[in-house]
Design a binder for this molecule. Structure first.
Ligand code: DX5
Ligand code: ZN
Length: 232
């Protein structure tokens, strides 16, 4: 196994979890081997769906979740919620550059609050938004579906964009995670890792695949994902 393989992180998107028992779902998926909790925030304005906000993030912390929480903000405006998610205990806060009038300032706010910062790129959003802020991002998140819903199909040409993002990270010499989000599953994981991703969001692929003997455990699917990653 290469060093890069050891550093792969699996980030289940709780968008596909059972919201009526969310705390237990997060405990279960972490106990099954997941690394990061991917927390999708949608506002029915920037994206056509409405999900969960900072109160739910805080509730997960109060429930005892200590794993990193990766708040993916699909909201406009962005800045007000950055403060709320810092207070709610988020670890990463990422936002879409089109949704902020002042990208540099929003990134700085996240870091000033002690969180890791990131920019999210829709399938058709160019990576040039990174040009002047590589020193202010800890995470680059590429969307491999148009944001708003779980369960969509992976857009294959995102693989080329991942390679381009990986080149930018290598050229910068900085410690920046490269995350992929949308339509990730056991079958396409190898290609995604080979294209340069190191952090893998998966919603439906994980939460719709509970263990046969125990519907509240996800060990089998997460182990299969790790095997696929080890082969990449
Ligand atoms: C989509 C969200 C994703 C979503 C992924 O807008 O950002 O995190 O939950 O779900 P799957 O893995 O089902 O495509
Ligand atoms: Zn997401």
């Amino acid at each position: 196994m290469s060093d890069r393989t050891l550093d792969f992180k699996i980030a289940p998107s709780i968008l596909s979890a059972d919201f009526a028992r969310l705390g237990q779902e997060v405990d279960d998926v972490l106990a099954s081997g997941a690394d990061i909790v991917h927390f999708d925030v949608m506002d029915n304005h920037y994206v056509p769906n409405l999900t969960i906000g900072p109160m739910v993030c805080e509730a997960l912390r109060n429930h005892g979740v200590t794993a990193p929480i990766d708040a993916h903000l699909m909201v406009k405006p962005v800045d007000r919620l950055i403060g709320d998610f810092i207070d709610a205990g988020a670890s990463y806060i990422t936002f879409h550059p089109e949704a902020s009038e002042h990208i540099d300032r929003s990134l700085q706010m996240i870091r000033d609050g002690g969180c890791k910062s990131g920019l999210v790129f829709n399938p058709a959003t160019p990576l040039t938004f990174l040009d002047y802020v590589m020193d202010k991002v800890d995470m680059i998140l590429l969307m491999s579906v148009n944001p708003g819903f779980g369960g969509q199909s992976f857009i294959p040409w995102t693989l080329g964009k991942l390679r381009e993002a990986r080149e930018r990270i290598e050229a910068s010499g900085r410690d920046i995670r490269l995350e992929i989000d949308g339509g990730v599953n056991i079958d396409n994981l190898r290609d995604i890792a080979q294209a340069g991703a190191d952090t893998f969001v998966a919603g439906s692929a994980i939460f719709k695949a509970a263990n046969e003997q125990d519907p509240h455990r996800y060990d089998s699917v997460i182990a299969s994902m790790r095997r696929a990653l080890a082969e990449s």
